[in-house]
Design a protein around this ligand. Structure first.
Ligand code: ATP
Ligand code: MG
Length: 305
């Protein structure tokens, strides 16, 4: 059994599973029982090696990226277990996707991207520069790109379909979508996850500037919020090397830095504004990017990948 044989649309064909959905990075499958009946309470979540930058899918893929994301998420789910329950059921998965797949509880996903920011940059910085606040939270004066916030701020967005952009959600829009109680709990948990993440990562030389998590609930509504998808990975978060942190300008990012630098360099011959697909990544960029993902995993977990 090998990935690549019989692949459809980039997602592996897996015996005993029906391919259900492909996101930007993950492929979802429904397990089929020995009796041929599909499970309604479980999913197989497979992380691919796909990488996007500037809204384009890069080619070739980044070797081992799916496994790094999967193993790092599993590690974080454990670190966060006393804060929030998670969707993980088992890591007993088909050989073809070993290491980069998990069996999870099939949840009703909330239609909100739960984002929290501990440092100011990107869209949060732009909003602050326009009006001194971010998602309705008034911030101190004089903050610059990379400034640490007094405490994490919840900055939710919509969950746009693949190919469309997520849009900021105002607090009353989140309440209208989730109800006031669930909205408050999503905000509290998202900020707590980022705060705990930074306590742990800070000891290991990484600052987590901001992160996106997704929550779901059991289809029958019982049991409260469950942390799903992935958590505190270089794909869902901005990781900054702590030793290079210097507010006042953009920080070096941990993961896509090499890809972005190469794409915008003369060497690539690509122009972001051209609207054309970027060229193939050269081998050294692919290898440096893989090394960054592995380094993030190793720094955080203290384990060799
Ligand atoms: P993003 O870049 O915002 O993560 P995406 O939706 O394309 O976008 P992927 O990680 O590629 O993200 O896809 C994973 C999909 O699986 C998402 O739609 C996510 O909501 C969904 N998902 C994750 N965990 C569960 C779960 N336990 N039950 C049901 N759906 C889940
Ligand atoms: Mg995702």
């Amino acid at each position: 059994e090998s990935v690549g044989v019989g692949e459809a649309g980039g997602s592996p064909v897996l015996d005993g599973y029906r391919h259900m959905y492909s996101g930007k990075v993950r492929d979802l499958y429904v397990p089929i029982g020995d009796d041929g009946v599909e499970a309604d309470d479980r999913l197989l979540l497979v992380a691919s090696n796909r990488l996007s930058a500037y809204d384009w899918m890069m080619s070739p893929e980044i070797p081992d990226k799916g496994e790094v994301l999967t193993r790092l998420s599993l590690w974080w789910f454990d670190q966060l277990a006393d804060l929030v329950p998670n969707h993980v059921v088992s890591t007993d998965v088909p050989d073809a996707v070993a290491g980069r797949a998990v069996v999870v509880r099939r949840l009703e996903m909330l239609k909100v991207e739960a984002i929290a920011r501990a440092y100011l940059t990107g869209g949060g910085l732009e909003e602050y520069e326009r009006g001194g606040s971010v998602s309705g939270v008034v911030l101190p004066e004089g903050l610059v790109d990379g400034s640490r916030l007094p405490s994490p701020v919840f900055t939710p967005t919509t969950k746009a379909p693949v190919g469309e952009h997520d849009l900021p959600m105002a607090p009353d829009e989140v309440e209208a979508e989730l109800g006031a109680d669930v909205a408050a709990e999503v905000s509290r948990l998202t900020r707590a996850i980022l705060a705990r993440g930074n306590e742990i990562a800070g000891e290991r030389g990484i600052l987590i500037a901001d992160t996106k998590v997704e929550f779901g609930v059991a289809p029958d509504g019982s049991g409260g919020l469950v942390l799903a998808d992935e958590v505190l990975t270089p794909d869902s978060s901005r990781f900054w090397p702590a030793e290079l942190w210097e507010p006042g300008h953009p920080q070096p990012s941990f993961d896509k830095q090499f890809v972005r630098e190469w794409l915008t360099s003369a060497e690539s011959g690509w122009s972001r504004s051209s609207g054309e697909a970027p060229p193939e990544l050269p081998a050294h960029v692919v290898e440096q990017t893989r090394a960054k993902y592995v380094e993030a995993y190793e720094r955080l977990t203290g384990e060799t990948f």
